[in-house]
Ligand binder design. Sequence first.
Ligand code: ADP
Length: 436
Amino acid sequence: MTDRPAAGGIVLRDLVKSYGDSPRPAVDLPELAIPPGSFTVVVGPSGCGKSTALRLIAGLETPDTGHIAIDGVEVTDLLPGRRDLSMVFQDFALYPHMTVAENVGFGLRMRARHDRRRGLAARLVPGGRDRAGTPTAASRAEIAESVRRACALVRLDGKEHRRPSQLSGGERQRVALARALVRGPSVLLLDEPLSALDAQLRQHARAELVRLHREFGCTAVLVTHDQLEALSMATHLVVLDAGRLSQAGSPQEVYSRPANTFVAGFLGSPAMNLQPVERTGTRPDAATGPALHAPGLRARLPCLKDPLPEGALLLGWRPADGVLDPTPGEGRTGTEVDEPEHRADGLVLDGVVDIVEYTGDGRVVTCRGAVDGGSSWAVTVPAEGPFRAAGDRIRVRVSAERLHLFGPDGRRLDTDPAPPGGGIAARSRLGRAVRA
Ligand code: ADP
């Protein structure tokens, strides 16, 4: 194994893969670039095409059309073994009758045997890379050294002689990783590698994987349906929806500026509130920005471009961005509340507490609209704050820069110019929105 820098990354172009008579392709990616050296996480709900995309990169599936390049080399027609990549599967796929060391070294031994049959003296140097010049087959000692280094990298030294049945779930996962890394691939593909681990182990394994990637320096692509896992591990995030790219960018970009309602609703727990709103008045107001309303809700968005598109609008805000207003109606019950008056920027919203969920460091308060026709929403409040009980009336405010507005086609309505921060007012470069 070596710490060689990756160059070029992975580029998918016009890649389409369909199965049987399914009405839509499992994967339909006009263009997707995975940056070299990144830890890219492909995330999306079950069935959105994550594993198919990974298997296409690995060469385990053949695309209907399109191209795949790795580090600048077209690999679309190459066999998996010729693509300079390794893959870790969900079930780890270890040989139960082999020791840790035998499992880790299996690929190297097979390759050396193959090379000797082809008449090569030794193909691999101890670092696991091809030697410049005439290729040579690896000796037993060289393979043993590569295995030792791989086991040490995943902290399995001292356990090389155990069989998989004598290891914990986390250790088995690390054997699978060592087996993938021992060949020094320029690309590491990971198909839900943490899903077989229990919750506590998974958190530890996430941190280990990130550390390994940093030390190893290859391009890693991990697929998961777990949005928290995706946000916490990725240096580059790719969100798929029904086989297509919904948004790609840094986790911070994608989380703070979701390109459409799918991404907005998929990333974050509790999920972003998405509330139908209408424009207040008809005249564009360049000075104060458009005003919006819904039953029990008023909002003003100074940073938003006016005029807004015709049709249904959805106002988004994250439960953690809501600030409880202590003044009006505190502790009062009932649903007959005044429309919140609203002259300042941002959102003010009235609701009646429905469900309170304690999460340890806070409470998730789910409310129904305080007036007829109002939609339900959730806000997170500190655990130590005043207790909210079902039936209490509360008012929440959200600052303008924490609001997100989506048009009738589900796409984010953008702003220009805008001050720094999150939400609508964010100035940060938008994660590439390909599809609403
Ligand atoms: P994900 O990994 O996001 O859960 P997959 O890539 O496994 O999704 O599957 C995407 C779609 O392709 C799904 O509708 C799935 O049923 C279908 N699919 C995947 N593999 C096959 C296969 N070998 N044969 C038929 N359909 C498949």
